[in-house]
Design a protein around this ligand. Structure first.
Ligand SMILES: C[S@@+](CC[C@H](N)C(=O)[O-])C[C@H]1O[C@@H](n2cnc3c(N)ncnc32)[C@H](O)[C@@H]1O
Length: 286
């Protein structure tokens, strides 16, 4: 089934939903509004608005791709994080609401004295660093990613959000990054075990970049970070990491041990996400 030029938007929504019951009404509406380039408010005010030939073609194409599992964020090329718009492609992980837990934790920890210099290891779309610089207005940042394509997109996002001048980017393995020291280091590294690949939904497994998802037994990236991060922190500095469900305890132990090997007794904190899952951990250097 495909929609034709001249069809009214409300009719197109109904007929697509009827022809493809597996698609959610919300997904169809997001794609329809994207092709019409209108807001939900405009759609409600003018349901009789019709699609021209180009818009109908574009919508048919996007519906066909959605039916194959492509994520909505990649189809419309955008996702909101911490109230900010981010360009999204298949080169980066789509920013997740769960990751906003890291920003909340940073705001709690730095409530009295904001961090001046922030490092984001595995920046992807740049969402964590951009959200932090949007909160800590005097801070500067460094964004690191092993993927040149991801970093190029992060740079485009930083420019679009008008924070490009406050950020330096480095395309490198975070295991090799040792340029400077920071008040806050954040990272949402890949943390899914290879053997859990087929437990993931197809739209994640088949469309999001493997380098953003998988990490050996699930802890490979944390091992690299645990080695590297203690020497990247200023005295009083804090590292905040995203962890997968059930990983918080083991990752904390890994980092505490690594700090101890450098003669530092770090204090730690864990913060759950909105579903009650331990999602963000923090370790503070005295
Ligand atoms: C889970 S994604 C997180 C992206 C973004 N920070 C977010 O929270 O949405 C992990 C990112 O780390 C990058 N990455 C994976 N391994 C890396 C490594 N060894 N060194 C640097 N970056 C790495 C990936 O390319 C990917 O962009």
């Amino acid at each position: 089934m495909s929609v034709s030029a001249g069809v009214e938007a409300a009719t197109a929504l109904r007929s697509i939903k009827k022809a493809h019951p597996s698609l959610s009404r919300l997904d169809v509406r997001i794609l329809l509004l994207h092709c019409l380039n209108i807001s939900l408010e405009q759609f409600i005010a003018e349901p009789a608005l019709s699609l021209d030939a180009l818009q109908a073609d574009q919508l048919n194409n996007l519906i066909a791709r959605r039916l194959k599992g492509e994520p909505i964020s990649q189809l419309i090329g955008q996702k909101e994080f911490w109230g900010l718009p981010f360009k999204v492609t298949s080169d980066v992980l789509t920013p997740r609401p769960d990751s906003e837990t890291l920003i909340e934790l940073a705001l709690e920890i730095f409530a009295d004295k904001p961090p001046a210099h922030i490092l984001d290891l595995g920046t992807g779309s740049g969402c964590l660093l951009a959200a932090l610089l949007n909160e800590f207005l005097e801070a500067t940042g460094v964004a690191v990613d092993i993927s040149a394509d991801a970093l190029a997109l992060a740079e485009a996002n930083f420019e679009a959000l008008d924070i490009g001048e406050r950020i330096k980017t480095h395309c490198t393995d975070f295991a090799a990054f040792n340029s400077g020291t920071f008040d806050l280091v954040v990272s949402n590294p890949p943390y899914i075990a290879e053997h859990d690949r087929y437990d993931l939904s197809a739209d994640v497994r088949d469309f999001e970049p493997a380098a953003a998802l998988f990490a050996g037994d699930g802890y490979d990236a944390y091992r690299k970070l645990a080695k590297q991060v203690p020497s990247l922190l200023n005295p009083g500095g804090v590292v905040i990491l995203e962890v997968g469900q059930g990983q918080a305890g083991r990752v904390l132990t890994m980092f505490e041990q690594s700090f101890r090997e450098k003669g530092v007794n770090a204090t730690s904190l864990v913060k759950p996400d909105l579903a009650g899952i331990e999602r963000a951990i923090a370790l503070k250097r005295p």
